[in-house]
Design a protein around this ligand. Sequence first.
Ligand SMILES: [Zn+2]
Length: 71
Amino acid sequence: MYEMCPALDAHGIAVVWHLKAKQSAQALCGQLLTGRLEHTEHSDADTAQAETAPHCQPCMTSFAQLVDQRG
Ligand SMILES: [Zn+2]
């Protein structure tokens, strides 16, 4: 089971949508997710940024490989 999670990219510059396992704190691309953007009550700017954020390409690649492996 995987879920989308908005967080900073590997460069720490832009917000992107990472993919992560349900119980994991780490995205498929290896980026550690702090959870800061998951609790949006104090981060309206982050939320607005996340809504228009692109998907994390390394995460998408890893996810495609995982799906392939499971047949
Ligand atoms: Zn990622």
